[in-house]
Design a protein around this ligand. Structure first.
Ligand code: ATP
Length: 277
């Protein structure tokens, strides 16, 4: 993926190839600026890759669609609508024809109850806390019954308790719905707790997948029990080592790569992201 900038093309991602199975929970982790949001935005259809692309269920993704709901770090609720109406907007968009008015109402309340926000349905975003608004954003995304849930640091701005509560809720919801989740996080414990696979990205520019770690911890997972589980600690250590040893010095890594390459040959920007869901 190359962006046009004033000083010429900027290659953010190079030769990144990722296949994801239906129902998998995949986390993307990597240092700031390595291209995680760019990957997510391509899958969301918000960005078109300059080379390659994203294929979902055999169809190339070129525009956003309701089967791919996105949750951003800072909730993006409509400030003039109530909590209920914010979720209703998404539900109307997807289920206007297939659900009766009564079914839609029940479905909206069900999703708000999942994130424990059914007590505040008449409040507006300005009247609730950031954590609560984030929960409404998650309810809104889930209410669309997306086959792929895309989350860009969904819990990054939340306090530790709310964060833990929402992580547990997300694990339960995903178990029930079996939707595919791609989540960006900077939190190693969150990645190990929630994921089936952790995709560790090299430092940009021209970032790619450095390591692809399968997390084979049994589910349901309990954070307290896992804390002294040797496998959990091993996975945690592997991610820490990647981030803080192998990818610690972005400039040195890049310099080393550049030295290894033939300077005459420009590296081809091939993007082959495949989300199979
Ligand atoms: N529209 C754009 N034009 C030019 N460069 C861009 C554009 N969008 C992103 N970039 C660059 O691409 C690289 C990857 O950005 P991206 O936001 O995907 O990284 P990230 O890993 O999500 O970062 P963070 O963890 O800080 O959110 C960065 O160097 C960024 O400056």
């Amino acid at each position: 993926m190359a962006f046009d900038t004033q000083s010429g093309p900027f290659v953010a991602l190079d030769n990144l190839n990722l296949k994801i199975k239906k129902g998998e929970f995949v986390s993307l982790i990597g240092h700031s600026g390595c291209g995680k949001s760019t990957v997510l935005n391509i899958v969301a259809g918000l960005l078109n890759a300059s080379k390659g692309g994203c294929v979902l269920d055999g169809h190339e993704v070129t525009t956003p669609g309701p089967e791919r709901a996105v949750v951003f770090q800072n909730h993006s609720l409509m400030p003039w609508l109530t909590v209920y109406e914010n979720v209703e907007l998404a539900v109307q968009q997807v289920f206007r024809k297939s659900m009766s008015r009564k079914e839609r109402k029940e479905w909206i309340l069900h999703n708000l109850a999942l994130v424990h926000m059914d007590h505040a349905i008449d409040k507006r975003p300005g009247e609730i806390s950031g954590g609560m608004a984030q929960r409404v954003g998650i309810a809104r995304a889930l209410a669309m019954k997306p086959s792929v849930l895309l989350m860009d640091e969904p819990f990054g701005a939340l306090d530790a308790l709310t964060r833990a509560h929402l992580q547990d809720s997300l694990m339960e919801i995903q178990k029930d719905l079996n939707n595919t989740v791609i989540m960006i996080t900077h939190d190693v414990d969150e990645a190990v707790l929630l994921s089936d696979r952790i995709i560790m990205m090299t430092n940009g520019p021209a970032a790619t997948i450095g390591e692809d770690l399968a997390i084979e911890l049994p589910r349901p997972r309990d954070r307290v029990t896992l804390a002294d589980n040797p496998d959990y600690m091993h996975y945690r250590q592997a991610v820490m080592s990647f981030l803080y040893e192998k990818q610690r010095f972005p400039d040195q890594e890049k310099q080393k790569d550049d030295d290894d390459q033939d300077h005459e040959e420009s590296s081809e920007t091939r993007r082959g992201l495949q989300a199979i869901a």
